[in-house]
Design a protein around this ligand. Structure first.
Ligand SMILES: Cc1ncc(COP(=O)(O)O)c(C=O)c1O
Length: 388
């Protein structure tokens, strides 16, 4: 299978040598029947784990209705319901559905430019990650992703994460927005300080800028709050979502507060597949699921167990582990050695974990992971570290 894949795929990914075939709960199975505890969650996508009967049921209902896609020339109830639930959960006003995180950010960038009405600069952060299409890639403050594809889209300036003065220094009469992740994911699981985000909100208010929070990775319950900014008490003007929103069905969303709700008018923006029935039915189900009483508490408990367990491992293996950081079920473990070898050994041992940079292990499991499953993952990881 892998040989066949190598012959036909564009060589865009450094794929691990396993072929996945099925899943149940928090466990995945490869094509040879080997089972893995999944602490990577499809890179923070499979929010509810695998083979959730309720999600399967709503998807089948859409299929049985006979309409998978109806274009945005017409209304459909699945998209309307999903948007209603998103606005209710976030306390924000309006939604634009698209297909991915990068596409959500592209739309947000366009909104910011139009809002700017001649002011076109957007401040983002060094070490950020906003996606691979040219606008979002230009917003991404990591030259390693940009170098081969220059020239980038103009108008982006990069502040230092958690350094408010560096952001203030970039604001000028041409600035229209600031875009930031509440927790940098690809950038190495780095958490924004509350004072930093609040300070950015103030800068936006004082200078009539839009605050865009990219919650593509950290949103939708992962931090033990519906959205990471709710934990930090900072309200964005635009929030972008994707990854876990469909728990495996591709969907992205731009969610706006009052300041951004009326920027787009017909003709300004569009997405053929945006609001697709299967995708929005999945999103609607996910939003109901994470709104259930006790769900976020469960995330907080599993997240606490993960943090404490990783910290204990760090203390026992301080020559291999430098730092543990993150919030709830978005955790990073900075190693003193490259992460790739550890990830390979974990996989052999039946545990899927990811990386977020050269030396950082990333844990973004399904949010349904239990404390017992967290313990199982921790003991598999520790056995691997001991064997090194
Ligand atoms: C914070 C953040 N924004 C945007 C993206 C891009 O999302 P997508 O891969 O769906 O385009 C990612 C992907 O990792 C992300 O972590």
């Amino acid at each position: 299978m892998i040989e066949r894949g190598k012959r036909v795929f564009v060589n865009a990914y450094a794929q691990y040598p396993i072929v996945l075939n099925g899943g149940e709960g928090r466990y995945l199975q490869d094509i040879e029947g080997k089972k893995y505890l999944d602490m990577m969650g499809g890179i923070a996508v499979n929010l509810l784990g695998y083979n959730d009967p309720g999600l399967n049921k709503v998807l089948k209902e859409v299929i049985d209705n006979g309409l998978l896609h109806c274009s945005n020339l017409y209304w459909n109830k699945w998209a309307i319901e999903a948007a209603e639930k998103l606005t209710k959960l976030s306390g924000m006003e309006r939604v634009f559905f698209c297909n991915s995180g990068t596409e959500a950010n592209e739309g947000a960038i366009k909104m910011a430019r139009k809002f700017g009405n001649g002011r076109s600069e957007i401040i983002t952060m060094e070490n950020s990650f906003h996606g691979r299409t040219l606008g979002s890639l230009s917003a991404t403050g990591q030259t390693k992703y940009q170098e081969a594809f220059k020239p980038m889209v103009g108008g982006f300036k990069y502040g230092h994460y958690n350094n408010l003065e560096s952001v203030k220094a970039l604001v000028n009469a041409n600035t229209c927005a600031i875009m930031v992740e509440a927790i940098q994911g690809e950038g190495g699981i780095k958490v924004a300080q509350e004072a930093f985000l609040r300070g950015i909100r103030e800068i936006c208010d004082e200078n009539d800028l839009l605050l865009i929070l990219d919650e593509v990775q950290c949103g939708l319950g992962r931090t033990g709050h519906y959205f990471a900014w709710q934990k930090m008490g900072v309200l964005p003007d635009i929030m972008t979502l994707a990854k876990g929103l469909g728990s495996g069905v591709p969907i992205g969303a731009i969610v706006t507060g009052p300041k951004a709700a009326s920027i787009f008018v017909p003709g300004d923006h569009g997405a053929t597949f945006g609001g697709n029935l299967l995708a929005t039915a999945a999103a609607s189900y996910v939003l109901d699921y994470i709104s259930k009483e006790g769900f976020l508490k469960g995330v907080q408990e599993s997240g606490q167990a993960l943090f404490e367990g990783l910290t204990a491992i760090k203390n026992r293996h301080s020559h291999l582990v430098k730092e543990v950081r993150g919030v709830a079920l978005m955790m990073g473990m900075e190693l003193t050695i490259p992460s790739r070898g550890v990830i390979d050994e974990c996989r052999q041992a039946g545990l899927l974990v990811g990386s977020a940079g050269e030396n950082i292990l990333r844990f973004v499991p399904p949010l349904t992971i239990t404390v017992e499953e967290v313990f199982e993952g921790l003991s598999l990881l520790e056995a691997v570290l001991e064997s090194l």
